[in-house]
Structures are given as structure tokens and as C-alpha cells.
Design a protein around this ligand. Structure first.
Ligand SMILES: [Zn+2]
Length: 298
């Protein structure tokens, strides 16, 4: 029988090959998908035929842009999570190969001791989900990930925090400093709504995510309205090396309001005098790890 602590450590300490702030959300997304399944059906069992669709959708929506094919991107965590000792397959197949998974419609599930521990302790399940989603995604995206895997964000994001998050603390006052530096208006569209004397709907956004070593520094922050903050964190909107706004060719909209996002493409940031612009290294991290594919043709 696994203890609570062992299950938590194993599921949240996945071997990720995560270096230099590179995003590696494949295994965490598979674990979250299996947690959602376990919570919803009482079993984490996931046949490849379903995983292929569900997991490749999750990776495409919430992962960095990739040149790997959909099936291949799903086969990687589906086979490799075994080496973390938390996942078993219904038959032995080689790592990473799509063919054998499809031929035999191999099923994956949590290893018995892990499944049993999560099954008898729903709070443990929620704590694991919270730790995973918060260490791989910013707060703008975490609730969307949880909904997509069948978990309730209200439950999970209020679960007991499993362990002190290693290392860094937030810099007090960073958010207020960023909003002030950008005149409390969206750096992309200029939205500056206030309710009474307080800004409403304008947030401080990290260019390089805090969860991925992005510092609470002014040159890693932008004031963005809630819509553009979300689009920026999802990679629908980004910045080029000259700090012009870029819109992903993967973004589509039909109504005038939605299509107004296209109008951002090619605009430059115009901070007030003295406000540091986003540092080149953070902008290049966002372009590599977050921005979705190619920009619109200028
Ligand atoms: Zn805006």
C-alpha cells in the first residue's frame, strides 16, 4: 500500500526532462486526464483509442506549439509515464511507438497502489491535481485545463496545497507596480476601465510564466485586460523580437468584436516614459514556449 505522501511525491515529481524553462506538459496532462476519469467513473482506465483523441487535443490546446504529429505527441506520455512507476499498460509495448498501441488498443491506468490510494482519498486526488496544474500552467489557464479533463476547478483549486512550492516567493507589490508602470491600461488595446477609483479588468501578466522561472520583475510584466491576458497566456497573441504584437494564424473569430483581435497584429507597445519594455530573453521564451505556431501574414 502506498502512503499519501508517496503517491503525492510520485505523481507530482514526474520525470519531465524540463530544462531551461522548457515546457513539458505531456505527462502532467495525461495524469490530469486519468485523475478526471478516476473521479468521474471510479477507474482511471483509458484505452488508447480514446486517449489518442482526448490527450492529443489537450496537448494541442494547452501545450507549446509542436511539429510532432498528434498521435506521436500522445504516444509519448502514454508509454513513458510507465517509467515513473505510476502507470501501467495492459500489455508491454515499446516506448513512443504508435503502431502497437493502435493494433492492440492497449489500455493504460494508474498502477494499483496509486489507484487505490487516490480512490479511497478524494482529497488526495484533488491535491495532486492542484499541484500539477499550478506547476505547469498560469492561473489564467489552470481552470480551463481542469474543465477539459473533467475536474471541477472550484474543488481542485481550493484543495489543500500539498506541499510548499519549492523555492521562489512572489515579490510583494509586483502586480501593483506593473499596473502603475503601464498607466493601468492594457498594453495591447488600451482598455483602462475603472469602477469608482479602482481599475477593473486590467491585470499584471508575466511574459515568461512565474511557474517557469519567470521573475517578478518589471521587464517581465505587462498590464493586460482580462481578455488579452488570457489570449497572451494561451499563445493566441504574442510579441515579435521588435516588440510588435503578433496574432497567431491559429486564432479565428467571426464577429466584429472577435475580429478586433486581428487589428492588434503589427502594433507596437507604447509604454509611458521610463517604463521598462519586456526583456528580449522573456519575449523569446514566450515565443518559443507559448505562442501558437505561425503569426498572421503582416
Ligand atoms: Zn486589451
Amino acid at each position: 500500500m502506498s502512503t499519501r505522501r508517496q503517491v503525492l511525491d510520485r505523481l507530482t515529481g514526474l520525470h519531465l526532462h524540463q530544462q531551461h524553462g522548457r515546457r513539458a506538459p505531456h505527462k502532467p496532462l495525461l495524469v490530469l486526464l486519468a485523475l478526471g476519469r478516476l473521479a468521474g467513473t471510479g477507474s482511471s482506465e483509458l484505452p488508447w483509442s480514446e486517449a489518442l483523441q482526448l490527450l492529443s487535443d489537450l496537448i494541442a490546446e494547452f501545450g507549446p506549439a509542436s511539429r510532432t504529429g498528434r498521435a506521436q505527441s500522445a504516444a509519448y506520455p502514454f508509454t513513458r509515464l510507465r517509467s515513473d512507476g505510476v502507470w501501467v499498460l495492459s500489455q508491454d509495448v515499446p516506448m513512443d511507438l504508435v503502431g502497437p498501441l493502435t493494433t492492440h488498443d492497449v489500455s493504460g491506468r494508474f498502477a494499483d497502489p496509486v489507484e487505490a490510494a487516490l480512490h479511497r482519498d478524494p482529497e488526495l486526488l484533488r491535491s495532486v491535481a492542484r499541484a500539477l496544474v499550478e506547476s505547469h500552467f498560469p492561473p489564467t489557464i489552470a481552470p480551463d485545463v481542469l474543465v477539459a479533463v473533467g475536474l471541477d476547478p472550484d474543488d481542485v483549486l481550493h484543495a489543500a496545497a500539498p506541499a510548499p512550492v519549492a523555492g521562489r516567493r512572489r515579490k510583494a507589490g509586483w502586480r501593483a507596480d506593473v499596473l502603475r508602470a503601464w498607466d493601468r491600461q492594457c498594453a495591447f488595446c488600451g482598455y483602462d476601465g475603472q469602477l469608482g477609483h479602482a481599475s477593473v479588468g486590467v491585470e499584471a501578466a508575466h511574459v515568461r510564466w512565474f511557474s517557469h522561472e519567470g521573475p517578478d520583475d518589471l521587464d517581465n510584466g505587462l498590464a493586460l485586460c482580462v481578455l488579452h491576458h488570457k489570449l497572451f497566456d494561451f499563445g493566441a497573441v504574442g510579441l515579435d523580437p521588435a516588440l510588435r504584437i503578433t496574432v497567431s494564424a491559429a486564432f479565428t473569430a467571426r464577429t466584429d468584436v472577435g475580429r478586433s483581435v486581428y487589428d492588434l497584429h503589427g502594433r507596437t507597445l507604447r509604454p509611458r516614459p521610463g517604463t521598462p519594455l519586456p526583456a528580449a530573453e522573456h519575449v523569446s521564451w514566450h515565443r518559443r514556449e507559448v505562442f501558437k505556431g505561425d503569426a498572421l501574414a503582416a
